[in-house]
Design a protein around this ligand. Structure first.
Ligand code: DLL
Length: 433
């Protein structure tokens, strides 16, 4: 088993919790002194930094939510002077202002350490050519992975997104051995490689994918399509970017970098902490961040955390793949629907995960359509065969979702491919409000 930092990654729990507590106390003290919104909230809750005496006191601190970051746009939650900030990233909200986060040089060093941990864990190092097809820019994916990849001494190819034909020639000519991008773009690259007759001709052997939900079924598709092992990585701009948690070769959840973050699980309705093992909203507190510390940041991501021992030897807890976001979940005619359920059904029936969900409202009733792309091989199918397929998908969806969508089969390659995060859902209901 390979480790970038064995001492930290396998730290006995007791020692780790001691370290977490001292770092938590420092963080809380710093935000109280430097960031007005934290001080106001803590004063209102009647808690002072010195009241944090054990890790369980964390649950007495107020939550931080995305709106707080918007309300203090752009730099209102920074805890160091701008002269110490060496980089900014931002997350583009679909509505309103983006949120802006900053990093000191130490923050960037810590971030690359976290990426280096995963790369090393999955056997990517000096000998590798890492093809980074995450976007470089305000999005954290490109630069985040980049510096960690340099840290392990790999040859980094900063391709960024776009121009799939060029991506394919770089993959081929430069001999990329590892690929980092969104899972939906990895699928598209696999499909494009196949169409270009490149299947089996690439040197790729591993990939690290994240930034959007993807199912185990999708993992198998990517692995088969590109002939690689595919690993998951999780993170979010507000908390840091990619690398908050990472999959090890056991692939039974993502290890949270617990010397840098504390993860809690809460009931999103009651806001009460839940024991590890139960499903709920993930909440993160940073322990080392200087420029943009976060205390109890509510991610809206729904998942589970397991503290069972991992066979890899890491003592960090593992989080499940986020099962969707509280704000991604669709409520259609009163039924909760997650796009990941739809993806699972389609792949299990032998379709590629090229689909789009369209929700609208007619005569005060929700309409629910799923466009599903057929494969090239079905292009010449008879109408009867296609109708049979639609019926089969409809029945499978009905049994899993508990609600019946209208299934529309569409031509191969007619659903727009994404270079970054896929846009699976078109919800038009707000137009009628
Ligand atoms: O997506 C950071 C990132 C870049 C992660 C590259 C991994 C790789 P945001 O754009 O702020 O940051 O989006 C964060 O994306 O709250 C999750 O809902 C979702 N997400 C991120 N990673 C995963 C994953 C980046 N592995 C939001 N599985 C998060 C499922 C993920 N969802």
């Amino acid at each position: 088993m390979k480790f970038w930092n064995r001492e930290k990654e396998t730290m006995p729990r007791e020692e780790l919790e001691k370290l977490q507590l001292s770092r938590l106390r420092e963080t809380v003290k710093r935000v109280y002194e430097k960031v007005p919104i934290y001080r106001e909230r803590m004063d209102a809750a009647g808690i002072r930094p010195e009241d944090v005496r054990s890790l369980s006191d964390l649950s007495r601190l107020p939550f931080t939510v995305k709106k707080d970051l918007r309300d203090t746009y752009p730099y209102g939650m920074f805890a160091v002077p701008m002269t110490d900030v060496v980089r900014l990233h931002a997350s583009s909200g679909t509505t309103g202002k983006p949120i802006v986060v900053g990093y000191t040089q130490k923050d960037l060093d810590d971030w690359s350490e976290m990426i280096a941990r995963q790369l090393t864990a999955v056997g990517i190092g000096k000998d590798d050519f890492i093809h980074v097809a995450f976007g470089y820019g305000l999005f954290t994916g490109g630069f985040g992975i980049h510096t960690g990849a340099e840290k392990v001494g790999a040859t980094v190819i900063p391709v960024s997104t776009g121009n799939t034909a060029r991506q394919l020639s770089i993959l081929t000519d430069f001999g990329s051995t590892a690929l980092c991008c969104t899972p939906s773009y990895a699928m598209y690259l696999a499909e494009s490689a196949k169409n270009a007759g490149l299947t089996g001709k690439l040197s790729l052997r591993a990939g690290i994918f994240g930034a959007e939900p993807w199912t185990e079924e999708m993992r198998r598709e990517i692995e088969a399509g590109l002939g690689i092992k595919a690993y998951d990585i999780y993170g979010l701009t507000e908390v840091m970017g990619p690398g908050v948690s990472y999959e090890c070769p056991e692939q039974k959840g993502m290890h949270v970098n617990e010397d840098y973050f504390i993860v809690e699980v809460i009931d999103p309705e009651t806001e009460q902490p839940l024991p590890y093992g139960e499903k709920g909203e993930l909440v993160f507190t940073s322990l080392c961040k200087e420029a943009f510390p976060v205390v109890r940041y509510r991610t809206r991501d729904i998942g589970r955390v397991s503290c069972e021992k991992c066979a890899c030897g890491r003592t960090f807890v593992r989080m499940s793949k986020p099962m969707g976001r509280t704000d991604d979940m669709l409520i259609i005619r009163g039924v909760n629907v997650f796009p990941s359920q739809i993806e699972t059904v389609l792949i299990n029936l032998g379709y590629k995960p090229n689909y789009q969900i369209i929700v609208d409202r007619k005569n005060n009733l929700d309409t629910f359509e799923i466009k599903v792309e057929i494969g090239e091989e079905n292009f010449d199918d008879t109408v009867t065969a296609l109708v049979r397929k639609e019926k089969e998908i409809t029945a499978a969806m009905q049994s899993i979702l508990g609600i019946q969508p209208k299934i529309t089969l569409v031509n191969p390659r007619s659903i727009e491919r994404s270079e970054g995060k896929a846009k699976r859902v078109v919800d038009l209901r707000h137009l009628h409000d």
